[in-house]
Design a protein around this ligand. Structure first.
Ligand code: PLP
Length: 366
């Protein structure tokens, strides 16, 4: 085994998640700007109002906007705003809402049941969703109320606009609402190159959880209600759940810098480009197999076990518990070409190789 370093040492956590990156300069600048003098608390400050207005401009919609500390709270509270305790929420079998929120959506909705539908490359299919809805429509089963979509998916794949509309139409036909987990929506918008309105409410989304932390804010997500009726009393839900920040300006001011001059989309495009670079590099290696098409900022790759050991020894950090034991390399706004190339060099220099013949993911999806 080649134990020689092929690249300079790099501190850990580079590819574990996009939330391991620091605060992007634009967000940091407005955070510092907000740290002057006193300001009204609990969201009555000028920064919070400005950011909400800015989001209304960006989404071209008179939506209701709220800010919470994290994605679990955003999803759980958004779902609770749509559901009664006897309702069900349909999502993918890999949805963060199902696998990683500790039952938050069920808890905050007072018992709504999460039902999982099968997926193809992380994406829900209208026919499977319809089968799940119509499997039981009697009084003894929870009433389907919300279809929850993650855009981009947990597998780093993207719903096209047509796919989004088809899913939303299916939900509508059964009187259901559409929730979008947009923890990485910036990456999706940058990749699709379509206006934010088209990718959300114009495609049928009623409530969006818009990720902030992963795109380069210090923390925080926005809950955006395109259907304003669903937002009724939402501020009480936030308060009761411990999600109403007293010093709200520090949660919201970073959004101002991030949203100005499309910095959020520039950073997202950079993360997507780095994922493409990594994906192209890995694809060339005989022992490596990509699991999903690289459509945003995540790359899922099956690597030889020995390769994992060597990469860990060299300080590389990434997750292996998502997506069939594959390595998930997540790029962020801060990921550089040098980091990607150093990782590729270290994968290349590990002697181990998968015995299987290399398969191109792109050809699998044709
Ligand atoms: C798809 C998705 N939704 C939501 C979240 C937000 O989770 P958190 O509560 O950790 O902010 C994440 C974070 O990993 C995610 O990947």
């Amino acid at each position: 085994m080649n134990e020689q370093r092929s690249s300079a040492p790099i501190p850990g956590y580079q590819f574990a998640s996009d939330n391991t990156a620091g605060i992007c300069p634009e967000a940091l600048a407005t955070l510092v700007e907000a740290n002057v003098g006193a300001a009204a608390s609990y969201g009555d400050d000028q920064y919070t109002a400005l950011v909400a207005d800015r989001l209304r401009e960006i989404f071209e919609c008179e939506c209701e906007v709220f800010f919470v500390f994290n994605g679990t709270a955003a999803n759980s509270l958004a779902i609770s705003a749509c559901c009664q305790s006897y309702h069900s929420v349909i999502c993918s079998d890999v949805a963060h809402l199902e696998t990683d929120e500790c039952g938050g959506p069920e808890f905050f909705s007072g018992g709504a049941k999460v039902l999982v539908s099968e997926t193809c490359q992380g994406k829900l299919l209208p026919e499977s969703v319809e089968r799940l809805i119509t499997r039981r429509l009697d009084i003894h089963h929870p009433k389907p109320r919300v279809l929850s979509l993650t855009q981009p998916t947990e597998m780093g794949t993207l719903y096209s606009l047509e796919e989004l509309r088809a899913l939303a139409d299916t939900a509508r036909r059964f009187g259901m609402r559409v929730h979008m987990d947009g923890a990485r929506l910036a990456n999706a918008i940058a990749a699709l190159g379509r206006p934010p309105a088209e990718v959300t409410w114009q495609a049928g989304v009623d409530v969006l959880c818009l990720g902030g932390a992963k795109m380069g804010l210090p923390l925080g997500e926005a809950v955006v209600f395109f259907d304003r009726e669903l937002a009724s009393d939402f501020e009480y839900r936030c308060k009761q759940a411990g999600q109403l920040a007293s010093k709200m300006r520090f949660l919201t001011a970073p959004w101002l810098g991030m949203l100005k001059d499309s910095a959020w989309l520039r950073h997202a495009a950079q993360a997507n480009r780095m994922a493409q670079r990594l994906s192209r590099g890995l694809e060339q290696m005989a022992g490596v197999r990509l699991l999903y098409p690289t459509e945003v900022n995540a790359v899922f790759a099956l690597l030889p076990p020995e390769c994992h050991r060597q990469l860990a020894a060299r300080g590389w950090r990434y997750y292996t518990f998502i997506g069939q034991g594959a390595a998930r390399f997540m790029c962020s706004w801060a990921t550089t070409e040098e980091e990607v190339d150093a990782l590729l060099a270290d994968v290349q220099s590990s002697d181990a190789r998968l015995p299987a013949v290399r398969t191109s993911v792109r050809s699998q999806t044709d």
